[in-house]
Design a protein around this ligand. Structure first.
Ligand code: ABF
Length: 251
């Protein structure tokens, strides 16, 4: 087998390697986890999911025409429409029913398959759609793997907050040991803060790398060191937090 170290490649070669890795991961995910008998499919956000939709399209119109596709935000809604798939929204999935599968990307993946998501600002809908799926498939290339969350992804944990509570949440995050948490600002050239698809604001909260799983002897939060599940629970308890970008327990 031939291997190539990404660091010895030119920028154009690195880009090509990244794109081919995203595409390969997407096609493999669809091959392994998609069934022609499925009827309800969740489609996440980000650039990797573009290849997931391409792979789903390759299953053929006679297969995909029997399915409905559920987006996690405006980007994936447009992707679903562009592919000519039937679009359905998660709020229209009857109570008690599940999606057969949800495919989504990630910003960072640790050894226990815990994830940081939300770099693209769609985390609330991503978590809602993932939660309603019988099977959640994270599609990620080699860049996303990390021994612990917070090592590769340095921008911090994305947290969706009710806009009026932004100051309060920032103060609480500092108390928990977050290192310079910040409200995410708009795109270059656009004034103001990011507004999510749900009309909320976003905070990026860097923490020391998260410990993998809860050891009952651990004292969560000491010196700003948290376990994945301990921090996720703590963040969710802050008034004004809508959802966090820590995904765990979906595998
Ligand atoms: C979504 O898109 C997000 O949760 C994550 O932030 C991002 C990953 O994007 P990409 O596939 O472009 O790296 O899945």
């Amino acid at each position: 087998m031939a291997t190539t170290s990404p660091s010895t490649l030119s920028a154009a070669e690195q880009n090509a390697l990244i794109e081919s890795s995203k595409r390969a991961a997407a096609y493999q995910a669809v091959k392994e986890h998609m069934e022609p008998s499925y009827r309800h499919i969740g489609v996440g956000s980000g650039s990797t999911v573009i290849y997931v939709v391409e792979a789903l399209r390759d299953m053929g119109k006679e297969v995909t025409d029997k399915m409905s596709f559920f987006p996690t935000g405006d980007q994936s809604r447009d992707l679903i429409k562009g592919a000519g798939f039937r679009l359905q929204y998660i709020q229209d999935l009857p109570d008690g029913e599940q999606l057969d599968v949800c495919f989504d990307g990630a910003d960072e993946v640790d050894e226990d398959l815990n994830l940081i998501k939300g770099g693209g600002a769609c985390l609330f809908q991503e978590k809602l759609v993932a939660t309603r799926a019988a099977k959640f498939v994270c599609v990620a290339d080699f860049r996303k793997l990390s021994p612990r969350l917070g090592i590769n992804w340095k921008r911090g944990i994305p947290i969706e907050v009710v806009t009026q509570a932004t100051g309060h949440v920032l103060a609480e995050l500092r108390k928990l040991g977050s290192i310079r948490p910040q409200a995410r600002s708009g795109l270059p050239g656009k004034a103001g803060s990011v507004v999510t698809d749900n009309g909320n604001s976003l905070i990026d909260a860097p923490f020391k790398p998260l410990a993998l799983s809860k050891d009952p002897t651990d004292e969560d939060g000491v010196d700003g060191v948290w376990t994945v599940d301990g921090l996720a629970a703590k963040l969710s308890s802050i008034v004004g937090v809508v959802e966090t970008g820590i995904f765990y327990g979906h595998n």
